[in-house]
Design a protein around this ligand. Structure first.
Ligand code: FES
Ligand code: FES
Length: 169
């Protein structure tokens, strides 16, 4: 077992973990933060997306010991039922889900993705490297790591546009 210290949703946590434990399993099985979902467990669906040190990652593809001392934000840390994060509220307003299984990952991904656009970090869909255009193609490309089996994609895009203060393309 290895000692691992993380800051999760603003709280310092001290864990004793088998070094093979993924960050996803550390969150769900050891910290009981079950908002983060396990869909495929091998990097294909995005259901496990969390924000680590400001960047979105698939928590199933990384080991907890690799994040010693780092800040992790899960869906539980973005907002609470009484105090929703704007992205959580927008998903409710725009019906951005059906079964909801992909939703925590979609929301964590969307929050970090808007930061990427604000920082003019290009994607494969970016036309002008100097200035990222807020197009549907750009949003779809950037959210393409988050699969929604219920196909709520148009509503997810509408929710993201709402939070970003952007209307229809
Ligand atoms: S559970 Fe991590 S990408 Fe699917
Ligand atoms: S809402 Fe069901 S998988 Fe996305």
């Amino acid at each position: 077992m290895d000692a691992v210290e993380l800051t999760v949703n603003g709280r310092d946590v001290h864990l004793q973990l088998d070094p093979r434990t993924t960050l996803l399993d550390a969150l769900r099985e050891h910290l009981h933060l079950t908002g983060t979902k396990k869909g495929c467990d091998h990097g294909q669906c995005g259901a496990c997306t969390v924000i680590v040190e400001g960047r979105r990652i698939n928590s199933c593809l990384t080991l907890a010991v690799m994040h010693e001392g780092e800040n992790v934000t899960t869906i539980e840390g973005l907002g609470s039922p009484d105090n929703l994060h704007p992205m959580q509220r927008a998903f409710v307003t725009h019906d951005g889900y059906q079964c909801g299984y992909c939703t925590p990952g979609q929301i964590c991904s969307a929050v970090a993705m808007l930061e990427e656009i604000a920082a003019d970090i290009p994607s494969h869909a970016t036309q002008d490297l100097g200035e990222v255009e807020f197009s549907d193609a750009e949003l779809r490309e950037r959210m393409s790591g988050n699969i929604c089996r219920c196909a709520a994609y148009p509503n997810i895009i509408a929710a993201i546009r709402d939070v970003a203060g952007e209307g229809e393309a």
